[in-house]
Design a protein around this ligand. Structure first.
Ligand SMILES: [Fe+2]
Ligand SMILES: [Fe+2]
Length: 157
């Protein structure tokens, strides 16, 4: 087995059982539902953003939708790997329809803050798991959510 294959084997080996695992799966499903919601929210706002702001915000919303899809795929694979069942419905937090770009950004900010909070909780739960590859993957996502929070906060100033 070469180094790459070994990393892959580590990634696909599970070392948690019982309650800890089901709590972990629950939290990962919460994150997955939020990503599925974020995909919808950003795709919706990308379609509706109008005026000069469209020049910057349409590509940004598209990019956030794509990023959410990548995050969703990472978390989905982790749930499958650890024997869980992935949610297929988005988180039910409301997506407000609006034509106002500041309201869109406000919705985006709340979305990113919720994501950062959820991945922060998930990271704490992963602290003593031997699956370091999962820890690193979640940490990367967490940092990306924090960057989005800061970016959107500045756009709203
Ligand atoms: Fe995300
Ligand atoms: Fe995000």
């Amino acid at each position: 087995m070469n180094a790459k294959q070994r990393r892959r084997a580590d990634f696909f080996s599970s070392d948690l059982n019982g309650d800890t695992m089901s709590e972990l799966i629950k939290k990962m499903n919460k994150a997955l539902g939020l990503e599925l919601r974020a995909i919808n929210l950003y795709a919706h706002y990308a379609a509706y953003v109008k005026g000069l702001h469209r020049l910057q915000l349409e590509p940004m919303f598209q990019q956030e939708a794509t990023e959410s899809m990548v995050h969703a795929a990472t978390i989905r694979n982790a749930i499958v790997k650890h024997g869980g069942i992935c949610v297929t419905e988005r988180d039910d937090m409301e997506i407000k329809h609006t034509n106002n770009y500041r309201d869109m950004l406000q919705g985006a900010l709340e979305t990113e803050e919720k994501a950062a909070e959820t991945y922060g909780d998930l990271l704490k739960m992963l602290d003593d798991i031997s699956d370091r590859e999962l820890y690193d993957a979640v940490e990367q996502i967490y940092l990306a959510e924090l960057r989005s929070v800061e970016e959107i906060r500045m756009l709203l100033e």
